[in-house]
Design a protein around this ligand. Structure first.
Ligand code: G4P
Length: 535
């Protein structure tokens, strides 16, 4: 599965970076993300039969959906990277959680990708989850390729779906293929660059790669008739209305190439892969905290975008996922942990995708390195070799909207309770807020979505064996207290001041009205939005 680990000798990092395409799929649950992941891997021949990547619906659960809770809730919380080679490129597909309650995790993953594939269900179009995730892409300026899925069954009109993308998220659609025949009565697609027809041939529920049946326009007309004429007419209309591909607009994230297909039937997947290879941006020098770009051929550097414990239930080990930004990573090398200045050994470097793990020997810019038992590493940390030191900007925290006081119901487990809370905080499962008033035994957990509390509770009980009680607080609005000396002013009957684990003092209010009232009463109070608020 690992493309980088089989190469042996260290190669030129710049040339290797240029071969990398690192992206994530964003979609609403059930749009077909797992199926698409399988189909992409199948095309790259990583797995021989669809169903080996995700374990839903009775399919073989070889690689992901490992956690019991993920399985029962049909969501995927863990993030990891699937790597495969395609057409002399190395594709890194980073997994994102399948629920908006985990959009903070998605944000972290999206900080590690160079592009995203927005997957839409042809019958549903843009759904709330997709909108929220797309906002994260917009916030980060990530170029987006759109794949309209499930074209094998009845859905909405192609033009209507494109209009929706334009109107609701402001991305100009640039269809690269255009469906011939409406959804559910689908013959194939018109490939706009060549004008050729790519016919759709049924496979048995996606078990094999669908054969590509290509025909020139006149033969397509003879075979498909009216539906071909209509597709040609609509494609001409697209050209007249600004729907032709414009690379600059794509890289500026103001327009999106669109493809149509069916993940479960493996149709359109080859085209998507080809476009990822041809269009998706490759790794570029990343700016450090001073805004200086770290060149791709500079000594090794990487930043941690995800920390996850218990991915293998039998080991309960902790894996920190780092994206390589420059240089070559060689397993066993000793790197510097920028946050502490301490050396950090990398003997246990792995490729991790769900339950599947391979030793990773070499990695290049764009690749993801899983560092096992990296207890010192936190989300946002930088690792590097050589001089001078480098540090990449941290990953901002979202403004939480849900709050709960947590305490253990078993006083004999208070040590495990504290350890568990610390761990969840370091992984970013929830934010942990503390104050003298509440004490160490009853911190406040803060979350973007309430399902994060469920995960925290589940893990406290099952992993740390510290049964907990959670009491929801009626706060929903949070601001950063700009001036620490105003603490007593901000702590009132209508608000509470708590410290985030990075030391930032936060003020919690029941609602916007309460916050505005507070500001009227104390105009000198310095309240700032939490970074990441607008995403
Ligand atoms: P997710 O990860 O985004 O949540 O979606 P997933 O891939 O699990 O797909 C959700 C459902 O949609 C699955 O059906 C899957 O088979 C179906 N699906 C995915 N792509 C296509 C497609 O191109 N066409 C059609 N017709 N269906 C598609 P399910 O009944 O929930 O599961 P299963 O029993 O089929 O595995």
């Amino acid at each position: 599965m690992s493309a980088a680990s089989t190469t042996g000798q260290i190669a030129d990092p710049v040339r290797e970076a240029h071969r990398r395409r690192t992206f994530a799929v964003i979609s609403h649950p059930d749009a077909g993300k797992s199926t698409l992941t399988e189909a992409l891997a199948l095309h790259a021949k990583v797995i021989s039969e669809a169903g080996a990547v995700h374990g839903k619906g009775g399919r073989r659960g070889v690689v992901s959906d490992w956690l019991e809770m993920e399985r029962t809730r049909g969501i995927s919380i863990t993030s990891a990277a699937l790597q495969f080679e395609y057409d002399d490129c190395v594709i890194n597909l980073l997994d994102t959680p399948g629920h908006s309650d985990f959009s903070e995790d998605t944000y972290r993953v999206l900080s590690a990708v160079d592009s995203a594939v927005m997957l839409l269900d042809a019958a549903k179009g843009l759904e709330p989850q997709t909108l929220k995730l797309f906002d994260v892409c917009r916030h980060r300026g990530i170029p987006v390729i759109t794949f309209i899925n499930k074209w094998d069954r009845p859905g909405r009109e192609a033009l209507e779906l494109c209009d929706e993308v334009q109107e609701r998220i402001g991305l100009r659609p640039m269809p690269l293929t255009w469906p011939v025949g409406e959804s559910g009565r689908f013959h194939g697609v018109l490939e706009r660059s060549s004008g050729e027809f790519v016919g759709y041939e049924r496979t048995t529920h996606g078990a094999t790669i669908a054969a590509e049946n290509r025909l020139p326009p006149d033969e397509a007309q003879a075979e498909v008739g009216e539906d071909w004429d209509r597709a040609v007419e609509e494609a001409e209309l697209l050209s007249a209305s600004g729907g032709d591909f414009d690379a600059e607009a794509f890289y500026a994230a103001t327009a999106t190439p669109v493809l149509f297909g069916s993940a479960v039937r493996n149709f359109g997947i080859g085209q998507l892969l080809q476009q990822l290879v041809a269009l998706a941006p490759r790794p570029e020098p990343r700016a450090d905290v001073r805004g200086e770009p770290r060149e791709l051929d500079a000594p090794f550097s990487a930043f941690v975008f995800k920390v996850q414990t218990g991915m293998d239930p039998s080991h309960r080990d902790r894996v920190a996922f780092a994206r390589v930004c420059s240089g070559a990573f060689e397993r066993g090398m000793v790197v510097t942990h920028a946050a502490t200045g301490k050396p950090f050994g990398t003997k246990y470097a792995q490729h991790v995708f769900g339950q599947q793990r391979d030793t990773l020997d070499l990695a290049y810019p764009g690749d993801v390195v899983g560092l096992v038992n990296a207890t010192a590493l936190r989300v946002g940390d930088t690792l590097y070799t050589g001089k001078p030191a480098v540090e990449f900007p941290g990953i901002p925290s979202f403004a939480p909207e849900h709050f709960a006081v947590v305490s253990t119901t078993d006083p004999g487990r208070s040590k495990q309770f504290r350890r568990g809370i610390e761990q969840l905080s370091q992984e970013g499962v929830v934010q942990v807020l503390r104050s003298e008033k509440r004490g160490e035994s009853a911190p406040v957990l803060a979350a973007v979505g309430p399902m994060q509390f469920e995960v925290a509770m589940h893990r406290m009980e099952n992993e740390f064996r510290a049964p907990v009680r959670m009491e929801r607080l009626s706060y929903s609005v949070v601001r950063v207290l700009g001036d620490d000396s105003q603490r007593s002013m901000a702590d009132s009957r209508r608000s509470e001041v708590l410290d985030r684990d990075d030391g930032t003092p936060l003020v919690l209010f029941a609602n916007e009205h309460e916050m505005r009232t507070m500001q009227r009463l104390h105009p000198e109070l310095e309240l700032r939005p939490v970074v990441g608020d607008d995403s």
